[in-house]
Design a protein around this ligand. Structure first.
Ligand code: MEV
Length: 318
């Protein structure tokens, strides 16, 4: 039996504008997907543990109730198995990450599956090869869409800057609160919506993209020097620009204002594609508990995360 785990991620700054080439910064978080591979002759079985989130479907052929999370996980794992021509196996997946919420759940599952198969089948893939294979697989399941950010963070961990090329950033950990609307989002349709706006109003949207890119650049030394008040201000400006691009929702806005108000956050913004999914907030001094309570009171699922965590790794079996 071989087990591997890989982290989810948050985008700190730069989402959407990154699609047009300006920099975005993301950090791996301390919530992980775990994939176990076991030999099972004459069979190829995918089992999911606690992925019972965000609705379910009823499979008329097998008579099974399948959670939306399990259905998504199965699609990505099947794609990895196909790519690596693996068979005669039982694959089990568990994840701390809400699916379709902008926390890199699919990338973590793809990377953990690739790493577990790599070790179990002695494929001798390097980390770089796992990252690039995983990006290719994630992109193909998402019909050609997706930056390399999520799969690279799931593989290498830490922090990355993406702007055409992927660069590792050496930054200290940040403790953040995540507020989740519980509404799954569709990254593809949010990206297409923003790109349509850009085509219609290039003279308005291009400067927004440039401003978002400038925020990412300003943020790097501020995070490095732990100037958190200014990091919070940049989060607030970035959120306003994302609202301008039309990816805010009432639920996300309520979580952002709850975080900045009674939650005492130094800054708060959407993370990921928007249109649902999650926001992040930077707690004020000694206010993490109040922040989580405010996010829950505003109707969100809320939890603390630490950024800059370890990438994919092999785990001791259960
Ligand atoms: C989604 O997590 C981030 C976007 O910028 C899309 C991407 O970079 O692929 C909206």
């Amino acid at each position: 039996m071989t087990m591997a785990s890989a982290p989810g991620k948050v985008i700190l700054f730069g989402e959407h504008a990154v699609v047009s080439g300006t920099p975005a910064i993301g950090g791996a978080i301390d919530l992980r997907a775990r994939v176990t591979v076991q030999d099972m002759h004459g069979c190829l079985l995918i089992e999911s543990g606690d992925l019972t989130l965000q609705g379910f479907t009823f499979d008329l052929i097998s008579g099974q109730v399948i959670s939306a999370g399990a259905a998504i996980a199965t699609r990505y794992i099947s794609a990895v198995l196909k790519e690596l021509e693996a068979c005669n196996l039982r694959i089990t997946v568990q994840s701390d990450l809400l699916p379709a919420s902008g926390l890199g759940s699919s990338a973590a599952i793809v990377v953990a599956t690739a790493a577990a198969l790599n070790a179990h089948l002695d494929l001798c893939l390097s980390l770089k090869e796992i990252a690039s294979l995983s990006h290719k697989i994630e992109k193909s399941v998402q019909q050609g869409l997706g930056s390399p950010m999520d799969t690279a963070l799931a593989t290498f961990g830490g922090y990355l800057q993406v702007s055409g090329v992927v660069e590792a950033l050496d930054l200290p950990p940040l403790d953040l609160a995540v507020g989740c609307t519980r509404r799954p989002h569709d990254t593809r349709s949010e990206v297409l919506k923003v790109q349509t706006l850009r085509k219609r109003y290039p003279e308005l949207v291009e400067p927004i993209f440039q401003a978002i890119g400038a925020i990412s650049k300003r943020a790097v030394p501020l995070i490095r020097e732990q100037r958190l008040e200014e990091v919070g201000e940049l989060m607030n400006i970035n959120h306003g620009l994302l609202e301008g691009l039309g990816v805010g929702t009432r639920d996300l806005g309520e979580l952002v204002y709850a975080a900045r108000g009674s939650g005492g956050a130094m800054g708060a913004k959407i993370t990921g594609a928007g249109g649902g999914g999650c926001m992040i907030a930077l707690p004020g001094l000694n206010s993490e508990a109040a922040l989580i309570a405010s996010l829950r009171q505003a109707g969100g699922a809320a939890f603390s995360v630490r950024t800059g965590c370890e990438g994919v790794r092999l785990e001791e079996g259960p």
